[in-house]
Design a protein around this ligand. Structure first.
Ligand SMILES: CC(=O)N[C@@H](CCC[C@H](N)C(=O)O)C(=O)O
Length: 372
């Protein structure tokens, strides 16, 4: 598929971002684009709002999986690009439009010039939440293919186009969503002593929460607690009866996640007593760490070094990815693809350089052709 066609696909996908398990237009677009490739050896199967595309090898020794995520984020786009999101509240601000385009480009390459091994392309919904990897892996449809290896990529705004980056061992963190509901007693703004003000309670909670990281976690280990959303109150002269915090916890060790959660629960007990209120916690979706198998990463590095792309050794990052669930069961790896954007992941002005699509298709196709 030529560069112009890939860019056209990316721009069309960019305009229709949809949230997890609501990727209806995206699924139709992917089905249409695969059908237009007009290649009879692609076997397509729907799974919820995602899909599988299987290409049988000429002389298969193994079945290789390649996974792309397909969902967008609830962010209002501010790039000002002529092909900006047409879904006002949503944006492909984590690069899944680029990921899907690369997967389609690589699918076209391997289906039009078949390789020895069987290849399964997985177009997975809901990576940003609530998580599509675990349910797709548990589906009977997925189980029939019995993958020997699997890999995936993620765009890296801070890396230049033409570079890829990975490492053996942990690449992305363990994550857990975090939802905390506070309930106190509302009332008149002029009579705070007759109320239990949940704006004061939740604000104090947010600032003190960081002490779990700074005072309960070994400084040589790593953890993050981020509160990304806080909601409370109705109008300026009513004391808020309720407040809600929404956030995420990240750790490099699965055991550290357990420690943070138990400290958080002790913290909550203390706050309930001190502030005479009720606090409920819900952990939402949890993602297992992305742990790369060393033999696969070494081979990937060799393959990349034999192309005009540049391989850079990565550091572990506190980003999360439900691709970690695939790697828990199947040997493989994930890598970063440089897209050189001034604004980072989850930013309303993220603007990946589309030249990176060509580099991505090359990295994926060469890996599929040559990995043992
Ligand atoms: C690559 C990336 O940005 N992934 C997301 C995954 C979200 C996990 C979950 N919804 C959570 O917030 O814990 C990330 O935020 O790292």
């Amino acid at each position: 598929m030529n560069k112009e066609k890939l860019i056209e696909i990316r721009r069309e996908l960019h305009q229709i971002p949809e949230l997890g398990f609501r990727e209806y237009k995206t699924q139709e677009y992917l089905l249409k684009t695969i059908a237009e490739m007009n290649l009879p050896n692609i076997q397509v199967t729907r799974w919820k709002t995602g899909l599988f595309a299987f290409v049988e090898g000429l002389n298969p020794k193994q079945t290789i999986g390649y996974r792309t995520d397909i969902d967008g984020l609830p962010i209002v786009e501010e790039t000002g690009l002529p092909f900006s999101s047409q879904h006002q509240e949503n944006m492909h601000a984590c690069g899944h439009d680029i990921h899907m385009t690369i997967a389609l480009g690589a699918l076209y390459e391997v289906a039009s010039n078949p390789v020895d091994d069987n290849i399964l392309f997985i177009f997975q919904p809901a990576e940003e939440g609530p998580g599509g990897a675990e349910p797709i892996m548990n589906s009977e449809t997925f189980k029939q293919w019995k993958l020997d290896k699997i890999f995936a990529l993620h765009i890296a705004p801070e890396l230049p186009v033409g570079t890829v980056s990975s490492r053996a061992g942990i690449l992305f963190a363990n994550t857990s969503e975090l939802f905390i509901d506070f309930k106190g007693k509302g009332g008149h703004a002029a009579y705070p002593h007759l109320t239990k003000d949940m704006i004061v309670t939740a604000s104090t909670f947010v600032t003190q929460l960081q002490q779990i990281i700074s005072r309960k976690i070994d400084p040589l280990d790593s953890g993050v607690i981020t509160i990304g959303k806080m909601t409370a109150g109705t109008v300026q002269n009513i004391i808020a009866e309720k407040a809600r915090l929404e956030g995420t916890i990240r750790t490099l060790q699965p055991e550290t996640m357990t420690v943070i959660k138990s400290e958080l629960e002790r913290f909550i007990e203390g706050f309930q007593l001190s502030y005479d209120c009720e606090i409920a916690v819900d952990y939402g979706a949890m993602y297992y760490q992305v742990y790369n198998e060393s033999n696969c990463v070494n081979q990937f590095q060799e393959i990349i070094n034999s192309t005009d792309l540049t391989y850079i050794e990565a550091n572990a990052a506190m980003t999360g990815e439900d691709f970690g669930y695939f790697l828990k069961e199947i040997p493989g790896f994930m890598f970063w693809l440089g897209v050189d954007s001034e604004y980072g992941l989850h930013h309303s002005k993220l603007n990946p350089d589309e030249e990176a699509i060509i580099a991505g298709v090359k990295a994926v196709t060469e890996t599929i052709r040559r990995i043992d």
